[in-house]
Design a protein. Structure first.
Lengths: 360, 360
């Protein structure tokens, strides 16, 4: 085949030389299919003969794609950490790279006009192919804007039930249901909750499971045992002091925190009042952050398979880009796992087996 | 002034109408300068009269900038966390946004050819204006490539002393010196170190300060007390078991871990062998990760002002882009702070005052 040395070999030329279809070459180069050894060898020979190199710029021009995914979330403040979103970002950066995409990161802007302008500019300039959103709330203006523009996106988390858009979420309600069942099994009937204000979407999902657990066990909810505040240790600490200073007949025997940060505050407050956490009072968290297994006692918590969520978000968005004809405005719900440790059982937990790299 | 409604007003037109220089308008709009009230009012009037809106796309075209900064680091593995780099990323995303820049994130690729190709493509396609690198090591191929290409970048961390490039680093040696001085003040003379293998650049910086501390106190280093391994809890745990099973005359009284993760493993091992950490044996960490103040006992550690580092990295890179004539291939070293808690003193630490949001 006559080759112009100035011109890059195309995938089609490779396919012609190897005697297979363009799609087949593409799939083999991307590791998406395994063919008989001789066929694959013929393809790789053609790649070498034509000195073909897959080129992202060329690919962008061909498909008019930027191969860039915008990712938007509410960053944490100075000195604070959100291990769940941090791990999500790590997994998405790696999943995107494996598919030849970059992640363009920017914060969720508090000013709605500025935010709208940022989205408009990113779309109109062709800088990004699609969006991944996290920190999703009810009436989320980002979701409304992207739905209106019919621009591809996938959200980590649900919003208003009437909005139809592609999303992936951890089933927080199911996680809470598992926590309450575990506590009920161990004999608890006075179960308090440390949660967020009513407008929190994540909070509402988790509360529904919490209440379902009480209903299953015929336990009437007690308003005084539902503490609402910011999801930080200081709130967990203050709320627990209040709960444990209630008259004895009104005092809960278990405290279900809606994240690990609040649980840590709860543990500290209980210990300060002289309670042995795990035996005198049960405390549970949610997130199974790396911190959970280092507290004394180690913390019973709900593990979110967040690494997997990050990979799924990226792959689902790329599937939307590759097959715009397929609309899939549904929410993929992933079930979390209850990790039982000493803070709800009082039993000395052996060195954690679940994260083998942490301890021998 | 005759205005073409199809054409956006330019900054120069605003400047002409306001009777000031182009640079002055730019600085006022970017909040970089304060002028007499009447002058500022005149500029804002002109902005409104011409309906001028700063537009990133237009700005990109004018200055041939993408207003995108590439950020490259070694992401953590599944289920692991690196709170320092996580917080760095949060602060950089926010600092970049405040300056009208996006952060394009991608992982440090293990394959050097693929990595070189990624850098080449990002530069040649004009997708990014500059790079910020972290997870910098000796002989770092990314640094060599960017120096060769004379493309703007700033690194978080140093590399070979003979490479001249703009960087910002925490003075890890100074942090370790502070740790050793603190322990020596409290009477310790048998001080062990849990550190990384010799090829670790960060490890080498910290060891120099550790050894300087011993020399200052006339303490000869003991090879058996220098344990080297991966910076994870399991290594800290195993190494501490070895150290505390040495014959009594050869046993250290203080263990200086080169990060908090190893310190957590060390605390657990010591407690398992029946030591009261803080009084029977001192353990210190490095990083002051959010976990440090929740362990029992709370962990003495070295705090890296990482939020500030992120802001400085972004601002320094943008300064390089704005003033390419100024070359500044020096390393800005930032001094970290020693946070003393019960793990090295045995004294009950009151609820932490240093992070007031954590506890009341």
């Amino acid at each position: 085949m006559a080759m112009n040395p100035q011109k890059r070999a195309t995938l089609k030329e490779v396919a012609r030389l190897a005697g297979v279809s363009y799609q087949t070459v593409s799939k083999v180069l991307n590791g998406q299919v395994q063919l008989p050894e001789v066929t694959e060898a013929r393809i790789w020979e053609a790649v070498r003969a034509l000195n073909y190199t897959p080129n992202h710029t060329a690919r962008s021009l061909r498909s008019r794609r930027s191969h860039t995914i915008a990712y938007c979330w509410a960053p944490t403040a100075t000195g604070q950490a959100n291990p769940i979103l941090d791990e999500l970002l790590q997994s998405m950066v790696q999943a995107a790279e494996q598919q030849g995409y970059y992640l363009l990161c920017f914060p969720n802007l508090p000013d709605p006009n500025r935010q709208r302008e940022a989205y408009r500019e990113l779309i109109d300039s062709g800088r990004v192919d699609g969006f991944i959103l996290s920190s999703v709330e009810y009436e989320d203006p980002r979701i409304l804007y992207l739905m209106e523009r019919r621009f591809p996106f996938v959200a980590f988390g649900r919003s208003n039930p009437e909005y139809q858009f592609p999303s992936i979420d951890i089933d927080g309600g199911m996680g809470m249901l598992k926590v309450v069942r575990h506590l009920v099994e161990r004999g608890h009937r006075r179960i308090a909750a440390l949660t967020w204000p009513p407008e929190s979407r994540v909070g509402a999902n988790r509360i529904s499971g919490f209440l379902q657990g009480l209903i299953e066990a015929d336990i009437p909810p007690v308003p005084e045992w539902m503490e609402r505040g910011e999801g930080v240790p200081s709130f967990g600490y203050q709320a627990t002091l209040r709960l444990l200073k209630l008259p004895e007949a009104m005092r809960p025997t278990a405290i279900v925190a809606f994240n690990d940060a609040m649980a840590l505050g709860a543990v500290r407050a209980a210990q300060q009042l002289g309670y042995r956490v795990g035996s005198d009072i049960a405390v549970t968290g949610f997130d199974d952050t790396p911190i959970a297994r280092y507290t004394l006692p180690p913390l019973t918590s709900v593990r979110q398979p967040i690494w997997e969520v990050g990979e799924r978000l990226v792959n689902r968005l790329i599937a939307l880009l590759d097959h715009p004809e397929i609309s899939s405005p549904y929410c993929e719900l992933i079930e979390p796992e209850l990790i039982i440790r000493a803070s709800s059982t009082g039993e000395e937990t052996p060195l954690d087996q679940d994260h083998p790299y942490l301890y021998p």
